[in-house]
Design a binder for this molecule. Structure first.
Ligand SMILES: Nc1nc2c(ncn2[C@@H]2O[C@H](COP(=O)(O)OP(=O)(O)O)[C@@H](O)[C@H]2O)c(=O)[nH]1
Ligand SMILES: [Mg+2]
Ligand SMILES: [Zn+2]
Length: 299
């Protein structure tokens, strides 16, 4: 049987949905116990039967295939605790962290996402959604993130997503954030009607639920795609070293290595360059506090 190249566009348990270059979808299993395939992966597959033997998802009949090989990844976004890793998306070039004016969002989760993004060398965009509801409090919460150099885009997914569409161009982007922030609403606004079939498959996978239960990749144009993920409440960084977490707080970089002690943990040590920077107002107390919290409890 011929080897086909495909991209994983949805992962649900140990089953996957892969898309061939001509747009045809296949449901895929892995060989053996392999389960480390994730949305965004490029894979080699072989058909295992004719289309009529495949799964029937709603009105759509989809052929079956088996995944032989996962191509080397340019990036892998994942979270981890002491026991397991949870893969989020592969081969993305940009992370879009979605927060909203309400419900309130966790700035610790935001900081964790930023550290993970830095580790995988991803472009970062912070989207403040639901600005139709009044943005003052959330805008103030994000002011320091703008000050340290992150792009923050304010919008309302229900009104106009064109500014976001422009910033997704040329990227494989992944939308992450707590549930309820509006990720799926943003995706709906971004997708042209021509993608109704893709959306139909998504709906069937989620069995009509309003919450996103599986990561899904949508193609926006020939050079751009976007992955919608289930909401995350925790973003474990067990896999990162103390040093990697320090670097993920990008505004710390001028001060790293400048403490009196080379192994300074930035707690109570004398002549700690980070604590001095906080006392001078060059780093916010909240960011150092978030750093210490994450370094002490990575997961
Ligand atoms: N007012 C307002 N509500 C929004 C906006 N975007 C999303 N919502 C609502 O917020 C809720 C959660 O949206 P959803 O897209 O499911 O969030 P997700 O969990 O991040 O995918 C839904 O009731 C949406 O209608 C927005 O821009 N303005
Ligand atoms: Mg959702
Ligand atoms: Zn220090």
């Amino acid at each position: 049987m011929a080897t086909l190249h495909a991209q994983i566009v949805a992962a649900f348990g140990r089953q996957y949905l892969a898309k061939l270059p001509d747009g045809e979808m296949l449901t895929c299993l892995t060989r053996g116990k392999r389960s480390d395939v994730v949305c965004g992966d490029h894979v080699e597959v072989q058909r295992t039967g004719d289309a009529s033997s495949g799964l029937s998802l709603g009105a759509l009949n989809i052929g079956q295939a088996v995944i032989d090989k996962v191509s080397p990844r340019t990036s892998l976004l994942f979270r981890s605790d002491a026991f397991k890793q949870k893969l989020i998306a592969a081969n993305v070039t940009q992370i879009v962290i979605v927060v909203a004016t309400e419900p309130s969002f966790s700035d610790e989760l935001l900081a964790r996402c930023l550290v993970a993004a830095y580790d995988q060398n991803l472009e970062v965009l912070i989207v403040l959604n639901k600005c139709d509801l009044g943005a003052d409090a959330a805008r103030a919460q994000l002011a320091n993130y703008r000050a340290i150099g992150y792009r923050v885009l304010e919008l309302s997914a229900l009104e106009d997503v064109s500014a976001l569409r422009a910033l997704l161009d040329g990227h494989v982007s992944v939308l992450v954030g707590q549930s309820g922030m509006g990720k799926s609403t943003l995706i709906n606004g971004l997708l042209p009607d021509a993608q109704a079939a893709t959306r139909e498959i998504s709906t069937v996978l989620d069995s009509g639920k309003h919450t996103t239960t599986h990561a899904k990749l949508y193609r926006l144009n020939e050079r751009s795609s976007v992955i919608d993920c289930p909401g995350v409440q925790a973003f474990g960084l067990h896999h990162l070293t103390f040093g990697a977490i320090e670097q993920g707080f990008t505004e710390f970089s001028p001060y790293l290595g400048k403490c009196r002690f080379r192994d300074c943990r930035h707690l109570k040590e004398p002549d700690c360059a980070l604590r001095i920077a906080v006392s001078k107002g060059e780093i916010t107390a909240r960011r150092l506090e978030l750093f210490l919290q994450i370094a002490a409890n990575k997961a």
